[in-house]
Ligand binder design. Structure first.
Ligand code: UD1
Length: 429
């Protein structure tokens, strides 16, 4: 298994290109199941999760082709995928595939909406809490699907098609909002989704569904109205930039000091996180190219924050902020309100010298002057990148094991950082 070796202590300087958002690319790829015609997606990041989903969709009969590089394109240009679900050959998503990536459960909405049936294994994915699927099933039931659970599989049936309805979520869920939105796009009549997730990736998927012919209003707000259409069409859509990758590299620069332009990044996708970084003593400027992040030698000011659904501070940046605050001048508090077990990075950060203790859902971080390199283990996607951030500022060498977690969500991480002067390399095997 690959590892990543980092020698800390170098400031980051240069430009980091921001890739397309994983969390938009995955549901956009799944949306291809909604039409017999071809969906073309540009700016798709090269990630293990994208490859895995290509494989999963292939199993359902989706023809996925990758366009070759065009003149003038560099490795920083995202890939273009053409997805054609002309014939769905299998409505079962098996355990051995769904267990590897939670988001693949989301095929359930399009499959039952288009085919009248779906048999999808209960998901696996990052080990960050219980992560049930009850809201997805409630949404599909509201749209008229019959749901049974048998031997670890969810069976959803709607032989006469889905019918528009009012869906009100008791808690904000990104995935369940995707499921409701995609299923409602093929349902007959109007669907109103209340307490919908407002994440930018929802609005991006809705923008693509609109190009495919669905009539959707209010995506990006908590009430989404969908007028379904039995036949969605071909469309071409470019994946929006990854706000989590943006925030991660902004925190890396805040950690090491330096001056980096995050090219292609959009500040409005992560205002709260950028404000926190400003409070902590980082200069953030919006430029024509993207976002410029600078910090000189001054120490970091501690912050207090709780994760929240968009537009709040994202849970997917919680671990990275904790790594950063481990070197602040004073005590920070970070409360996790979305996932109940998302503190696995705490023990690993402690191996690097961080002083963090947990009080229920709140982590109390006492800033230390120095972190020291050590072997550490990646436990989930965002936790693993927090170890990289800490290691970039730690004295000596850190070896991050189990980097396949990183490959799921960060495109060419070590190249992007090395290009800005970090001493980071992948060690194969
Ligand atoms: C998505 C993101 C993930 C991010 C998370 C929260 C993708 C591919 N993944 O995950 O990176 O961390 O949003 O922003 O976009 N819940 C239920 N029942 C359900 C569904 C969810 O109880 O049926 C709970 C979850 O356990 C969690 C909370 O709701 O506590 C939010 O989860 P949700 O927004 O659904 O996360 P995902 O869509 O899985």
């Amino acid at each position: 298994m690959d590892r990543i070796r980092i020698r800390g202590g170098r400031a980051l300087k240069g430009t980091i290109p921001i890739s397309g958002a994983k969390n938009a690319a995955l549901p956009l790829m799944i949306a291809s199941l909604l039409t017999e015609e071809t969906l073309v997606l540009d700016n798709v990041p090269r990630l293990a999760d994208v490859s895995l989903l290509q494989h999963i969709l292939g199993n359902h009969g989706v023809d996925v082709t990758l366009s070759g590089k065009r003149a003038g394109e560099s490795e920083n240009t995202g890939q273009t995928l053409q997805l054609s679900a002309r014939t769905i050959v299998d409505t079962t998503a098996p355990y051995h595939l769904v267990s590897k990536m939670r988001a693949s459960f989301w095929v359930i909405g399009p499959l039952v909406a288009r085919m009248g049936e779906a048999r999808v294994s209960m998901p696996g994915g990052c080990a960050i809490g219980i992560r049930p699927v009850n809201f997805h099933l409630d949404a599909l039931r509201a749209l008229g699907a019959e749901i049974d659970i048998e031997e670890g599989y969810v069976l959803a049936r709607a032989p006469k098609g889905l019918k528009g309805a009012r869906i009100e979520f008791s808690k904000v869920s990104v995935g369940a909002t995707h499921t409701a939105l995609m299923a409602a796009s093929l349902a007959s009549g109007e669907t109103v989704i209340e307490n919908a997730a407002r994440e930018p990736e929802i609005a991006d998927v809705a923008a693509c569904l609109i190009k495919m012919g669905a009539r959707i209003e209010g995506a990006g707000t908590s009430t989404i109205r969908v007028q379904g259409d039995k036949h969605l069409r071909a469309a071409r859509h470019s994946v929006l930039p990854d706000r989590i990758e943006t925030g991660t590299y902004a925190m890396a620069v805040a950690m090491t000091g330096g001056d980096v332009v995050l090219a292609g990044a959009r500040a409005e996708l992560l205002e709260v996180a950028l404000d926190l970084l400003r409070q902590a003593g980082t200069e953030i400027a919006v430029t024509n190219e993207g976002i410029r992040v600078r910090r000189d030698g001054a120490g970091l000011t501690p912050v207090e924050v709780a994760t929240a659904p968009f537009p709040g501070f994202p849970t997917d940046l919680q671990a990275q902020l904790m790594a950063l605050m481990s070197r602040a001048r004073g005590t920070s508090k970070i409360t996790e309100t979305i996932f109940e077990n998302r503190f696995m990075h705490v023990q690993e950060l402690a191996r690097l010298g961080a002083r963090i203790h947990l009080d229920g859902e709140t982590a109390i971080i006492e800033g230390v002057e120095k972190l020291k390199g050590a072997p550490v283990m990646a436990t989930d996607l965002r936790a693993s990148v927090s170890l990289v951030i800490a290691a970039l500022a730690a004295e000596g060498e850190t070896m991050v094991h189990r980097v396949y977690h990183l490959d799921r969500g960060f495109e060419r991480l070590e190249q992007k950082l090395a290009h800005c002067g970090a001493a980071i390399e992948r060690v194969a095997g």
